[in-house]
Design a binder for this molecule. Structure first.
Ligand code: HPA
Ligand code: ZN
Length: 324
């Protein structure tokens, strides 16, 4: 039952969460006061205000712009890892965006330094393990995404272990981003890309063919093609499913209509994550609860979600073994 699950100490792991998207409305207000910025059109202090995906992306950028120096980024990251560990999380992989940081006046090297310090301190304080995925923003264009990939490939920060792309997947031609992903893959970084959240099966296929990702951000619209689901299952591409995000953004009309179970039954490797938790009024724990309560995941299947996340994590073999 619901209560048993809430009280149950299941270790959680998450692969898909955007660091600026972990900002609570309360923290956003504090930052806005600090920098004397009016954000009354994107939050009422209780929740974030947006109506569709484009408005969400705008609100996300406005909130990201409230984090300007090392201390701001460190505070945000440490605070989120603390919240995660309070939910029983043992591993978190965070999408970080040097491009957003630079827009807000902080150089990429300093940005990564601040985030890494937060991760190290959180590990000391709570035992939670964390890695970072440098993320390009698709609708900022291929040139900026390539710059992000070059930074990720050369920065030598030990906690940066992946490269990804977020943003509006309806923007541009995915093939224009292949060069950026080649740079990241050649540098030994794990590869994930947002695809199949708003675009359908054909775009997911093109994305797999041109970027050769290890994982797909969302990927849930693969459910529209039996052939594609089979291909994803056979290639072992891991799906970073975020049901709460998908429902909040209207990708599916209800939790019941979310294809989490269908994708699993088709043999796809699935994991659950929170994406941008306060924006979508969710938490990582809530995502596990959705799997259990709406999709009938048994205790063993919930444990399997965590195992799958750890197996698909962009982390060195020795650290993975310690977590498994
Ligand atoms: N989708 C795409 N891009 C994003 C998201 C998302 O949910 N959150 C932050 N950037
Ligand atoms: Zn996302």
């Amino acid at each position: 039952t619901e209560n048993e699950l809430l009280n149950w100490q299941l270790p959680l792991a998450e692969l898909h969460c955007h660091i600026d998207g972990t900002t609570s409305p309360a923290l956003a207000l504090r930052q806005a006061r600090k920098y004397n910025v009016d954000i009354s059109d994107v939050t009422n202090g209780d929740q974030f205000l947006w109506g569709n995906f484009s408005q969400f992306l705008d609100a996300y950028d406005r909130i990201a712009a409230l984090f300007r120096d090392e201390a701001d980024h460190k505070l945000l990251t440490f605070d989120y890892l603390k919240q995660l560990s309070e939910q029983g999380t043992i591993y978190s992989e965070l999408f970080i965006s040097p491009c957003h940081a630079e827009q807000s006046g902080l150089g990429a090297e300093h940005y990564v330094e601040a985030l890494s310090t937060a991760a190290i301190e959180a590990k000391e304080a709570f035992g939670i393990e964390c890695r970072f995925i440098v993320t390009g923003v698709r609708h900022y264009g291929a040139e900026k995404v390539t710059a992000a990939a070059k930074f990720a490939a050369t920065c030598k920060a030990p906690l940066i272990t992946g490269f990804g792309m977020a943003g509006d997947e309806r923007f541009g031609d995915i093939r224009d981003y292949a060069a950026a992903f080649d740079i990241a893959r050649d540098a030994g970084l794990g590869i994930t890309v947002h695809s199949g959240e708003f675009a359908g099966a054909e775009e997911i296929e093109r994305t797999i063919d041109s970027l050769r990702p290890d994982r797909l951000g969302h990927g849930v619209r693969a459910v529209e093609s039996e052939r594609l689901m089979k291909g994803i299952a056979e290639q072992g591409i891991v799906l970073e499913c975020c049901p709460g995000s998908n429902i909040a953004l209207g990708v599916f009309p209800s939790f019941e209509a979310h294809p989490l179970r269908l994708l699993k039954d088709a043999g796809c490797r699935i994991t659950v994550s929170s994406d941008d938790p306060p924006f979508f009024k969710t938490t990582l724990k809530r995502e596990y609860e959705i799997a259990a309560e709406t999709h009938g995941f048994t205790e063993a299947e919930l444990v399997e979600l965590t195992r799958e996340a750890l197996c698909a994590a962009f982390i060195d073999a020795r650290s993975r073994e310690r977590l498994l």
